[in-house]
Design a protein around this ligand. Sequence first.
Ligand SMILES: NC(=O)c1ccc[n+]([C@@H]2O[C@H](COP(=O)([O-])OP(=O)(O)OC[C@H]3O[C@@H](n4cnc5c(N)ncnc54)[C@H](O)[C@@H]3O)[C@@H](O)[C@H]2O)c1
Length: 282
Amino acid sequence: MAGRLAVVGAGLMGAGIAQVAAQAGWQVTLRDLDDTATRRGLAGIRKSLEKFASKGAISPEDVEAALGRITLTTELEAAADADIVVEAVFERIDIKHEVFRALDKICAPGAVLATNTSAIPITQIAAVTERPESVVGTHFFSPVPMMKLCELVRGYKTSDQTLATARAFAEEIGKTVVVVNRDIAGFVTTRLITALVMEAVKLVESGVVSAEDLDTACKLGFGHAMGPLATTDLTGADVLLNATKNIYTETADEKFFPPELLQRMVTAGDLGRKTGQGFYSY
Ligand SMILES: NC(=O)c1ccc[n+]([C@@H]2O[C@H](COP(=O)([O-])OP(=O)(O)OC[C@H]3O[C@@H](n4cnc5c(N)ncnc54)[C@H](O)[C@@H]3O)[C@@H](O)[C@H]2O)c1
């Protein structure tokens, strides 16, 4: 199937998606706002590929071949001949709307317009286009070259054809797909981790258990690779707070109402690894 892919946004996720697609034989156009951003994206891809090569997972020729399939651009018009476009810009609805309005005008009829949003409803993104049936969520995980999952999210009007094309693409670039049949807030993965984290924070907040013991319980009791509070530190307490607030706003389900402890941690700047302090010190 390998064809032409345009990736909009050369940040952490966009670069990762461009990398795995190029490795799978896709011709990739990687777009960001300026040359500094696109070059930074490409440098990250080179570094990642070279790491795989140094471990013997791919050959030096594979590294150059993959890099040779990636073209950098600052022009969104470069997406005109893409079979699939994956948008991976900042998680802001105004910016995503601007990108999708433009893609709707630029892209060929039948092109699949995918978004890598982690939480914004696909239906809301698709609504600014004249072709909501062609819009789908492809939720990849970080770091994309390592993480096998792609959560494929169906918007209210996503067609079967669009879903099938997006699935074939994700599988061809080495991912295992799970299909989310309705684009509920948080999709499936964020719903699950958010529910677990909020309950974990409540148990720690009320003195039932220490953060360390709670994480140990999840690791040794359930076989989780990482406890929910260590996960919160890695993801960022602010990111989890924002996610749970969004889900709560849509569902009014009290299990997603953020505990005061999480709110105060974010206000105080204890966001986790990125600030050196969260549920643990770093
Ligand atoms: N980081 C994660 O772990 C993760 C996981 C899953 C999904 N996501 C989602 O993926 C998307 C991207 O996240 P990220 O972590 O790569 O962000 P990032 O901040 O690393 O990169 C975003 C990039 O988009 C660029 N950009 C902004 N506006 C643009 C435009 N109009 N056209 C082209 N480029 C533009 C920025 O310059 C930046 O390079 C977000 O929607 C995020 O929620 C992130």
